[in-house]
Ligand binder design. Structure first.
Ligand SMILES: *Cc1c(COP(=O)(O)O)cnc(C)c1O
Length: 246
């Protein structure tokens, strides 16, 4: 087996083991193979050797080029591309044209723009709302570090989310977060717990929304994320190896 396929199967086995430790069905967890800064040849190799369908990109030009080029080795369109990066206003059309899901909707204005363009392109776009549950000022996402105790934060958060879930053309599927970089995976656990608890609370508040997805966990901490309820883990380096600096 190739090293790439070997890495991939090891990550899937670790996901399955983490799921089983907590009584979850491994089939409920989607591995998003983060192929950013990696050559398309690696995506092609992984797809052809394993049939893996879900890929994640964080830059629009690079990601769109890969999505288009992937049609040559995936003419049936089996691959599903996730946009996991920061969303720039002028890139919204290209994102909608190329990606099946957008993970990091972190402000109302960008959700409104996604909604308008999705309607114009006759698309229903699956989105996740990025929440900053760590409270770190440097992190993207709707402020959600103190929602359980801070009424003003809860009011602001739920007002924004109410507006987003009401937008036509968008299907809110759940939440996404970026955990802080930690030296020990265990240190990320409280962040994943916080995102799950926030999701459970939002599901009470907005029962009309399907809150089925929690996108959390990366190479360093995906097993902890799975133990805490992740349904999508975004894993790059453990599959593809180190990225080239860019
Ligand atoms: C790069 C990236 C990942 C994957 O990181 P690895 O450490 O390579 O697993 C996951 N999520 C986002 C948003 C990223 O930008």
């Amino acid at each position: 087996m190739s090293e790439l396929a070997d890495n991939y199967h090891r990550v899937q086995a670790r996901i399955a083991a983490a799921a089983q430790r907590t009584g979850r069905d491994p089939a409920d967890i989607i591995l998003v193979a983060v192929s950013k800064s990696q050559p398309l040849a690696k995506v092609q190799a992984l797809f052809q050797q394993t049939g893996h369908q879900h890929y994640g990109e964080n830059r629009v030009p690079e990601g769109s080029d890969k999505v288009q080029a992937a049609q040559h080795f995936d003419p049936a369109g089996a691959t599903r591309w996730h946009f996991i990066g920061n969303i720039q206003r002028r890139k919204v059309e290209a994102i909608i044209a190329n990606f099946a899901m957008v993970h990091a909707v972190d402000r109302l204005s960008i959700a409104q723009r996604l909604s308008r363009k999705a309607q114009a392109l006759n698309r229903e776009l699956a989105v996740l709302i990025e929440c900053n549950v760590s409270g770190e000022a440097s992190k993207a996402g709707l402020p959600a570090g103190r929602w359980a105790t801070d009424e003003a934060q809860w009011a602001a958060l739920t007002a924004t989310i109410a507006a987003i879930v009401g937008l036509p053309g968008l299907q809110v599927k759940g939440l996404m977060t970026m955990a802080p970089i930690v030296s020990v995976p265990e240190e990320a656990r409280p962040i994943f717990v916080a995102l799950r608890q926030l999701r459970d609370r939002l599901a009470q508040q907005f029962p009309q929304v399907g809150w089925e997805h929690l996108s959390m966990g990366m190479t360093n901490d995906f097993e902890v994320a799975v133990e805490e309820g992740a349904t999508m883990v975004r894993v790059g380096r453990a599959i593809f190896g180190e990225r080239l600096p860019n």
